[in-house]
Ligand binder design. Structure first.
Ligand code: HEC
Ligand code: HEC
Ligand code: HEC
Ligand code: HEC
Ligand code: HEC
Ligand code: HEC
Length: 418
């Protein structure tokens, strides 16, 4: 009996070891991969272990243990399409973050293999990976990445200790059982009893084992509760559109482009036609020359030399610009812009920061439930709005001088949750 058990254990152990040795090796040019990775992927990924989360998980040699090369090529080329096609592996991978990985249809198979060969071989150098957070706002994000890599070290150590304790307990158990000629038929409970009366060493090991497991559970819970918070998220956009140039230097009103913020739930992103109102005539920028503005023309099929739209669909087909969404609440919550901007009389900047000073927009606030509630507790409602008379009764009822949002129901679950 016991021999059979040992045998199974050994088989299991050798399977674990061999499966990690048999990971695929990608045939590609890591030098080129490094450049491509820097240009396309660093906005959302570190090169490092999975736990080194940016927007997506860290990318390293574990990818090739988890996925096949063919699948990775398909995913990296067009993750949204692969997910939409119902591919079960893609569906699972896409659960990682509410935001989606964009497509890279312009990368060839060779390009992608080069990238994979780079991330696979890149030695994990925390200094380098965290230092190169060029897309992240300086300062604020730094502490986050730093603490996460300290956690990582400690987690790895604890995991190793837990595994070692577990293995030792198991081995001592087997050893004792062998020595005392444990008769398996005597039952599980007796086995446990016997185990408990075995020397202090094993008791200490068991205690350490449980503390370790508890610690890992707590860490797991903590990292789960961080999911979905994207403070400081600042992706590169398909066109280098600068709010500093438009809303700042040229003083264009936010509502010119985000009209629906006043009228509805969403502020919305302007369509390319709105850009054309001005860029039919402004075809050169101070910083980027014609290169970035040309992308607007490509999207609407405008020929800047002839100054007319290209109507031949073989030559050009109009397409939307795929702006990457930055602010996003989970589906379970309800947020309405016009309620805050019109009824509440709040400025955009109170929730989005000084957008007119940003060349590239980033998410200034956490956008968590706690953030909403805190403002509702502290902010007086705007008595200048058209619904003012509705609040008269409330003023009397609460007997306070200044009504806060909480007094009109701003803390009720159902107001913010469907
Ligand atoms: C705009 C952000 C963004 C960019 C840019 C980006 N990714 Fe991703 N990537 C993600 C997210 C988010 C995920 C997690 C899956 C999900 O939630 O959709 C992911 C997942 C992945 C995965 C699967 C990892 C796993 O363990 O499941 C791979 C592989 C990957 N990305 C490779 C790349 C490569 C290579 C590039 C550059 C060519 C790249 N990504 C660029 C956001 C991005
Ligand atoms: C000329 C048009 C234009 C003007 C004016 C403008 N925006 Fe934008 N805004 C855009 C475009 C295009 C995007 C999407 C690209 C980006 O994120 O930079 C955007 C994105 C944003 C986002 C991020 C959206 C997301 O994905 O979560 C916020 C917030 C925002 N704008 C707020 C403002 C505020 C506040 C002002 C006024 C100070 C303003 N905008 C003025 C065009 C404009
Ligand atoms: C109300 C007028 C107006 C609208 C609408 C407008 N722009 Fe502009 N845009 C300008 C002005 C003015 C400049 C500055 C040109 C310069 O540098 O002399 C500019 C410059 C630019 C530049 C070049 C910046 C540089 O310095 O290189 C880009 C790219 C650009 N706009 C993209 C867009 C996009 C995309 C949209 C639509 C979402 C848009 N613009 C909408 C007025 C506008
Ligand atoms: C009370 C806080 C608050 C104020 C004030 C506010 N926003 Fe927002 N904004 C948010 C939140 C929260 C989201 C994310 C909404 C979601 O995911 O449903 C958001 C999202 C956006 C987006 C992304 C597109 C969308 O509609 O989801 C844009 C653009 C935007 N806001 C622009 C503006 C502009 C322009 C103003 C001022 C006229 C403004 N916001 C005022 C909190 C605010
Ligand atoms: C002022 C708006 C607001 C009110 C009031 C509010 N919530 Fe939320 N809640 C949110 C937002 C926004 C999120 C999503 C952001 C996040 O995940 O932190 C959220 C997330 C949650 C979640 C998901 C867990 C999580 O942290 O992601 C639960 C559960 C929840 N709320 C329960 C409640 C209950 C119960 C109440 C009433 C006591 C309540 N909420 C009142 C805005 C609100
Ligand atoms: C900067 C302050 C501020 C923040 C942050 C804020 N709100 Fe508000 N909210 C207000 C004000 C002010 C009002 C009152 C508007 C009015 O007078 O009707 C309001 C009202 C509301 C109401 C209507 C309450 C009622 O009883 O009529 C809802 C729902 C709401 N907010 C949801 C949210 C959610 C969800 C978030 C977070 C994503 C959020 N708010 C973040 C200031 C804020």
């Amino acid at each position: 009996m016991i021999r059979a058990k040992n045998l199974i254990y050994l088989l299991f152990l050798s399977f674990m070891i061999s499966s990690s040795l048999f990971a695929q090796i990608i045939d590609g040019n890591p030098e080129n991969g490094k450049i491509l990775f820097g240009a396309n992927c660093t906005a959302c990924h570190y090169s490092g272990p999975e736990e080194m989360r940016k927007i997506g998980p860290g990318l390293h040699s574990h990818l090739l243990e988890k996925y096949t090369e063919d699948w990775l090529i398909k995913w990296i080329r067009n993750a949204p399409a692969l997910t939409a096609s119902g591919d079960p592996i893609a569906l699972e991978a896409s659960q990682y973050d509410p935001s989606q990985m964009q497509s890279f249809t312009y990368l060839s198979d060779t390009d992608i293999k080069d990238i994979l060969s780079y991330v696979e071989q890149d030695p994990i150098d925390f200094e380098k990976s965290t230092g190169s957070s060029d897309n992240v706002v300086a300062g604020a994000d730094q502490s986050y990445t730093d603490s996460s890599n300290k956690e990582l070290d400690l987690n790895t150590i604890v995991t190793i200790i837990v595994i070692l304790c577990g293995a030792l307990v198991f081995l001592i158990f087997v050893n004792n059982a062998l020595r005392k000629g444990l008769n398996i038929e005597e039952g599980f409970l007796k086995g446990i009893k016997r185990l408990l009366f075995m020397g202090t060493t094993i008791k200490i090991l068991i205690v350490v084992f449980h503390i370790g497991i508890l610690y890992l559970l707590v860490m797991g819970w903590q990292s789960l509760s961080k999911i979905g918070i994207r403070q400081n998220y600042q992706p590169d956009q398909p066109i280098e559109f600068s709010h500093k140039i438009h809303a700042g230097m040229n003083n264009i009103d936010c509502n010119y482009c985000h009209q629906s913020a006043r009228h509805g739930k969403h502020a919305g992103i302007p369509s390319v036609n709105v850009c054309m109102n001005c860029h039919e005539t402004i075809y050169e920028g101070t910083n980027s020359g014609t290169a970035e503005i040309q992308k607007i023309y490509d999207a609407v099929c405008w020929d800047p030399d002839l100054r007319q739209y290209i109507t031949d669909t073989d030559e050009c087909q109009p397409k939307a610009i795929e702006w990457i969404q930055i602010h996003s609440l989970p589906d379970l919550s309800y947020f309405n812009h016009s309620q805050h901007v019109v009824a509440g009389g709040l400025e955009c900047q109170e929730c989005h920061g000084e957008i007119e000073e940003m060349d590239v927009v980033y998410q200034k606030e956490k956008l968590t439930m706690g953030w909403c509630i805190e403002c509702h507790r502290n902010t007086e409602i705007n008595l200048d709005n058209a619904y003012y008379h509705l609040y008269d009764d409330l003023l009397e009822k609460h007997d306070v001088e200044n009504l806060k949002v909480e007094h009109i129901g701003g803390l009720e679950c159902a107001k913010c949750h469907y």
